[in-house]
Design a protein around this ligand. Structure first.
Ligand SMILES: Nc1ncnc2c1ncn2[C@@H]1O[C@H](COP(=O)(O)OP(=O)(O)O)[C@@H](O)[C@H]1O
Ligand SMILES: [Mg+2]
Length: 320
């Protein structure tokens, strides 16, 4: 768990970047900080690994006040991915990915196993890519290595500051899905900064909307869409998304079935094809399982999962 308690930040030039921010980030959640440029997202995030220090207030990681923890030790337990990738160009992919395992003094076998597994998770064949250098890779591939590097030391927490914003839309979409899967599989707490609402809605468990150094509203994607607390939040989410959600939420699952992934799932509930999309989402949220098998009479139409449903409801994407 990460806690901010009445945190303020005033920079040397008098800029008030954060004003009395209190926030709890639960363990194993993916929390997105979002808001206009300059609202304090990066400053707030950097306090978690002590790259910024509060002017007043406290930050706790795992119950410990970070100001009382050695900064280097702290950073070994917190992965960090930034927009400009930050791979070292003169080091091979393998050396870049192994930086934290090396600092931690892991054995060669343990390092190799870890890096191989993570490379496969982000869809890059380790045999082909580990010996390459960053400049031989595309932007999307480099950013995947950035993700591998951040996870390689097996941190509990990963901080990601607009990690995908320089990528083309296809790589971006793929990485969003990969990071969501990785978070679930490896059970990480991820704090993710973006200014893109579509990205936030796709990946977040919880979204924190910020403005001018303060938090405007915190909630799940569904909560924010259903009950934006003020005009700013409503405008930031966008009225067309709110309307879209309302209209798709009222449709039946069977209307959406052709676009769903039909691959076999391990744990699922069986539901009838005529239940409403919004009911299906509530069911998945409350029961805590991954997917639903949709049946019409005796016929199995296919599987749906929460992220497909949320995406259909919350983004402008066409559902055919
Ligand atoms: N080192 C600094 N010195 C002075 N002002 C800063 C510094 N870093 C950030 N700021 C200011 O603090 C505010 C918040 O910045 P930041 O946290 O980077 O915003 P965001 O990540 O939301 O775009 C901005 O007004 C920014 O210009
Ligand atoms: Mg920033």
């Amino acid at each position: 768990m990460i806690q901010f308690d009445k945190v303020t930040k005033v920079f040397g030039d008098g800029t008030e970047a954060l004003k009395d921010v209190s926030l709890t980030i639960p363990t194993e959640e993916l929390v997105v900080l979002i808001g206009p440029s300059g609202c304090g997202k990066t400053t707030l995030m950097k306090m978690i690994n002590r790259l910024e220090i509060p002017t007043s207030g406290e930050v706790y990681v795992g119950g410990k006040d970070v100001s009382s923890v050695d900064a280097v030790e702290l950073r070994k337990t917190i992965g960090y991915v930034i927009q400009r990738i930050g791979l070292f160009p003169h080091m091979s992919v393998e050396r870049n990915a192994s930086l934290v395992p090396n600092l931690k003094g892991w054995t060669k076998t343990k390092k190799t196993e870890q890096v191989y597994e993570l490379m496969q998770m982000v869809g890059l064949d380790p045999k082909e890519y580990l010996s390459k250098y960053p400049l031989e890779l595309s932007g999307g591939q480099q950013q995947r290595i950035g993700v591998v590097r951040a996870l390689a030391g097996n941190p509990d927490i990963v901080l990601m500051d607009e990690p995908f914003s320089a990528l083309d839309p296809i790589s971006r979409e793929q990485l969003q899905m990969e990071i969501k899967n990785i978070q679930k599989k490896l059970k990480k707490t991820i704090v993710f900064v973006t200014h893109d609402m579509d990205e936030a809605l796709k990946i977040a468990d919880t979204i924190v909307i910020m403005r001018n150094g303060q938090i405007e509203q915190t909630g799940t994607p569904t909560e924010l869409i259903e009950s934006p607390i003020n005009q700013f939040v409503q405008d930031f989410i966008g009225i067309e998304r709110i309307n879209q959600k309302k209209s798709i939420g009222k449709r039946e699952l069977q209307d959406l079935i052709p676009s769903f992934n039909r691959s076999e799932q391990s744990s699922y509930l069986i539901v009838e094809a005529n239940i409403l999309v919004e009911e299906a989402i509530n069911l998945l949220e409350n029961v805590g399982i991954e997917s639903l098998l949709v049946k019409k009479g005796n016929k199995e139409l296919g599987f749906v999962n929460q992220s497909t449903l949320l995406r259909a409801m919350l983004t402008k994407e066409e559902v055919s």
